[in-house]
Structures are given as C-alpha cells and as structure tokens.
Write a protein that binds this ligand. Structure first.
Ligand SMILES: C[S@@+](CC[C@H](N)C(=O)[O-])C[C@H]1O[C@@H](n2cnc3c(N)ncnc32)[C@H](O)[C@@H]1O
Length: 246
C-alpha cells in the first residue's frame, strides 16, 4: 500500500488498515474536512459554537430525523454518524442547502467514531433507530448493543440524559432490552405505541405503514450511574503486577 493520503486514518482494526476501507470525514454547513485536518477527540464545541444541548444519532440513514430536528430546533446542536458514504453525502448536502448550521455530519464506523473521536459525556440525548441487527453470530461484534460495546454508546450521555432506541427486529430489541436492564444506573422504559410526533425515520415510516411491530425504548442514565457494563468488565482482563515488572 502506498503513502497515507490526507483524510485517511491509519488505525488498525480486524487486521485491516482503515485507510484501506474509507476515510473518516466530517461535514458542517457544506464544508467537508477529513479527520486528518482535525484533532481527536473532536472539539465538537469549536466546530458548532454556542451553548446549545447536543443530540447524537448513530446510523442516521437518509437523515430524515436529524435534518428535521436540526431545522426545527436551531438552538440545539446535532451530530450524526453514518457508515455509508452515500447517506453521509446526502445529508451533508441537504443540511448545507437548507442552512442547518447546527448539524455536524460524520462519516465513519460508529464503533470507531465512539471509541476514538467523540468526547465522553457530552450528549443530552443519543438516538439509535433501526440499527442493523447483524443476526449471524460471527457478526455480533459489529453490533452497537453488545455488553462489550454498549459502554461506548452510553458513555456519550451526560448524567440524566437518555438513549432513544427503536427496532423492528423485536427479538433483537429484547436482547438490547436485556443488556440495558442489567446495566447499573439506567432507568429503562418501554414506549408503548408511536412516538408523539409520529415516525421519526424513513425506516420507521415504512415499517409503520406495513403494520410491523416495533419495539421502542428510552434508557435514562441516572446521575449516579457507573458506566461499565458488568459483562463488558468481565471481558477485560488485566495481567498480574508481576508481568509488568520486567
Ligand atoms: C437499517 S438502516 C436505518 C437508518 C435510519 N436510522 C432509519 O431508521 O431510517 C441502518 C443504518 O445504519 C448504518 N450503519 C450500519 N452500521 C453502522 C456503523 N457501524 N456505523 C455507522 N452507521 C452504521 C447503515 O449504513 C444504515 O444507514
């Protein structure tokens, strides 16, 4: 492989260079910057100024929810993360055209963006709607809601802030519910029926029209919550001190 170009990130993951996959890109009001032009963790407050609360959506797809929210609530700052370049560009273009200067759009794998780029505890709300359920067990590691990845998602939340989640894979939703229910310091509630304002995203609008059952939930991080899922903790091993002497 040749030299690293601007915007390519050289971190290692699953034995592949990220540079070989796709660069992380960040767009605000039509101005796109490769990650290499920014510092990590992202100084989100410098990118979108003001005092407004922050809301984050992971895997925003066509970006219907984020754009509608950003335009309706200009005092709030929004950040979206999406893996698909096509959707990233679609939302970045629409946000720029419609003057949503309070919307920061990031292209990258949410797990990578969460672990390497975003500051902890800055979000007043995190939204995850209809995430890919990755049903095959060898793909479970890609899920956002595994005991060993959930801390990354919940770690975005300020104390007292909420995760909002919906899925049409009800079985997967129950698994997510179980993982969240065993998390110390979360207040969990099922949302029965539709959201007050109707479907939030494109997938939700489609599934509601088809009459599919949808599991919706809110998980509120209580101020005293310890952020580390017990099963995630159990998956981390630390060698004895004697190993470190040498
Ligand atoms: C089923 S679609 C749902 C899109 C949107 N949330 C909705 O409800 O209409 C799942 C989206 O998550 C994105 N996605 C999948 N894995 C991702 C990852 N690791 N990081 C960020 N986005 C991801 C996909 O590209 C896709 O746009």
């Amino acid at each position: 492989m040749g030299g690293v170009e601007a915007g390519e990130h050289t971190g290692l993951r699953e034995g592949k260079r990220w540079a070989a996959i796709k660069p992380v890109l960040v767009s605000l009001a039509g101005r796109e910057r490769p990650l290499a032009a920014l510092t990590a963790p992202l100084d989100v407050g410098a990118l979108v100024g003001g005092e407004g609360a922050w809301e984050v959506e992971l895997g925003f797809g066509k970006g219907r929810f984020l754009l509608a929210q950003a335009l309706a609530r200009p005092e709030v700052r929004y950040l979206g993360v999406e893996l698909a370049v096509y959707y990233y560009r679609l939302l970045a273009r629409r946000a720029s055209r419609q003057g949503a200067d309070n919307l920061l759009v990031v292209r990258g794998d949410a797990l990578y963006v969460l672990s390497a780029l975003l500051p902890a505890g800055f979000a007043d709300a995190v939204h995850v709607y209809f995430p890919d359920p990755w049903p095959k067990s060898r793909h479970h590691k890609r899920r956002l809601f595994e005991p060993e990845t959930i801390d990354l998602v919940l770690g975005l939340l300020k104390p007292g802030a909420s995760l909002w989640f919906a899925t049409d894979f009800v079985e997967y939703g129950e698994l997510v519910w179980g993982i969240l229910a065993s998390y110390p310091g979360l207040e969990l509630r099922r949302i029965e029926g539709p959201w007050p304002g109707g479907p939030r995203t494109n997938y939700e609008a489609k599934f509601v029209a088809e009459g599919r059952p949808i599991l919706r939930l809110e998980a509120r991080r209580s101020p005293e919550a310890a952020l580390l899922h017990p099963a995630g903790q159990a998956g981390v091993l630390v060698g004895p001190r004697s190993w470190q002497r040498g």
